[in-house]
Every structure is written in structure tokens, then in C-alpha cells.
Ligand binder design. Structure first.
Ligand code: SAM
Length: 240
């Protein structure tokens, strides 16, 4: 694992989010758990260790580099899957209070194991659909920051994510180069749901020619109570 560790440490430095020894140990343990569980359940399509480090770990850390996520924040990761970007961010910001949401039970069971093995505190893995959770007291307008990667198209994703945020909070959407088109399509949804485009950050993934973006949307007013609509509706009839 020495090569993997070096790749992680150097890559994290390059992104601007240095990892200490203890954090590097936690990433390596997480990598081992992903490898083991990927043989049992469909956790992630990427199985090569170097690729997991670059395309999952370092890519997740770009959210930390934006400056919009801070230690001590109450945060929610919507559609976290195998824990991205939530778990890498929690390793970097141990004081973060984190909710991990996914609609697939087996991924939540994996995350329970990760939380226990990495001895992470204040992390709640939840088997739920974002649309259902976003209407519930204790979750609705309860978070300073929400992040989400590779879950859905931006208009729909905003309906999943913006209801979780308090006014003044930030939604970080990790996107590829097609983000401009998505942003155009999502303009009305962002406005109706109480958001405003605040910032766009660009990151080159170390050791690759991949460029990814973090779209930062600020919650500037409360989300109308009719949103999020019932499960499936945002996808079928996105706000336009
Ligand atoms: N964010 C992770 C990543 O970047 O590797 C996982 C991405 S995976 C392509 C999409 C995940 O979103 C799946 O695990 C899926 O179960 C979850 N998902 C999709 N729609 C959802 C919803 N409405 N509520 C909660 N989770 C959802």
C-alpha cells in the first residue's frame, strides 16, 4: 500500500487539502474495505486501487478545497453511494456532523461498517430517498452544507438538495464539463427552490487529464413547502 499512500498524500497536497499520517491511515483502511465489499456487492464500478484514490478520494476532496465546507459544519451527503464525497470529507474534517443518505440499503450497510472500522463519530447513515427525508422535521432546513456527486441532473438534484439547507447554507454539486448546459436548465429550479448560483470552482484531478467542477449554490431564502415533491416527480417533471 506504500505506492497508494504516496499517491494519496501527493495528490491531496496538489489539490490543496493536505492529509496527515492518521488521515492517510484512515483512507487506506477505507480503500481495503471498498476492495473487500466490492467483491460481494455492487459498490462502485471502479475497482483499480489507484483509480479509487484519484477518482473517488481525491475527487471528493475537491469539495474541501472550495473553502465552503468547514470543520464543525452540519452536513448532508445526498446519494452518497459508497460514501462519496461524504466519508473523505469527514476524514479531513473530524468535527463535522454528517448525515449520509442513500436509497440503496446495501450501500448503507457498507457505510455502517466503514463508520465502525474508521471509528468515525457524529456520522448518521440513512436508508432513505432524499425527497422523503427533505420534508421531515429535523432534516428540512437543518444543514449548513449539502454535497452530492453523480446522483442526477441539476434541476432534479436541486429539488433533492436545497430543502435540506438553512438560509445562508451552501449546496456543492460535483459535476463534469457538461455543467454549463445543466446550469442553464436549472436556472428556474434554483430560483424557485430558494437558491442562487454563488461560485464555480474548477479542479484538475492529479495524474489525469480529467477536469471536474464544484458548483456552489447558496440558499438565500426558504424553500416553498410544496418542494420536494413526491418521489419520482422531480425526475419526471423537473422544474422548468
Ligand atoms: N455519490 C456517490 C459517488 O459519487 O460515487 C454515488 C453515486 S451513484 C452513481 C448514485 C447514488 O445515488 C446511488 O447510490 C443511488 O442509490 C443514490 N440515489 C439516487 N437517487 C436517490 C434519491 N432520490 N435519494 C437518495 N439516494 C439516491
Amino acid at each position: 500500500m506504500d505506492g497508494e499512500r504516496k499517491l494519496l498524500e501527493e495528490g491531496a497536497l496538489e489539490i490543496g487539502v493536505p492529509v496527515n499520517q492518521q488521515q492517510a491511515d484512515m483512507f487506506i483502511e477505507y480503500l481495503k474495505l471498498i476492495n473487500i465489499w466490492n467483491q460481494r456487492i455492487n459498490l462502485t464500478a471502479i475497482t483499480n486501487e489507484r483509480e479509487i484514490i484519484i477518482k473517488h478520494f481525491l475527487d471528493s476532496l475537491t469539495c474541501a478545497a472550495t473553502g465552503y465546507v468547514r470543520n464543525g459544519d452540519k452536513a448532508v451527503d445526498v446519494g452518497t453511494g459508497a460514501g462519496f464525497p461524504g466519508i473523505p470529507l469527514k476524514i479531513i474534517f473530524p468535527g463535522m456532523e454528517l448525515t449520509l443518505v442513500d436509497a440503496l440499503k446495501k450501500r448503507i450497510i457498507f457505510l455502517e461498517e466503514v463508520i465502525s472500522r474508521l471509528e468515525l463519530e457524529d456520522v448518521q447513515p440513512l436508508h432513505a430517498r432524499a425527497e422523503d427525508l427533505g420534508t421531515q422535521e429535523g432534516y428540512r432546513e437543518a444543514y449548513q452544507v449539502c454535497f452530492s456527486r453523480a446522483v442526477s441532473h441539476l434541476p432534479e438534484l436541486c429539488e433533492f438538495c436545497l430543502p435540506f439547507l438553512k438560509e445562508g447554507g451552501f449546496f456543492l454539486a460535483q459535476k463534469g464539463p457538461g455543467y454549463r448546459e445543466e446550469l442553464k436548465e436549472a436556472g428556474k429550479a434554483i430560483d424557485i427552490l430558494g437558491g442562487e448560483i454563488w461560485d464555480i470552482k474548477e479542479y484538475a484531478l492529479p495524474g489525469t487529464d480529467i477536469v471536474h467542477y464544484v458548483l456552489v449554490i447558496k440558499k438565500i431564502k426558504a424553500t416553498p413547502s410544496k418542494y420536494p415533491r413526491k418521489a419520482g416527480k422531480a425526475k419526471k417533471k423537473p422544474i422548468k
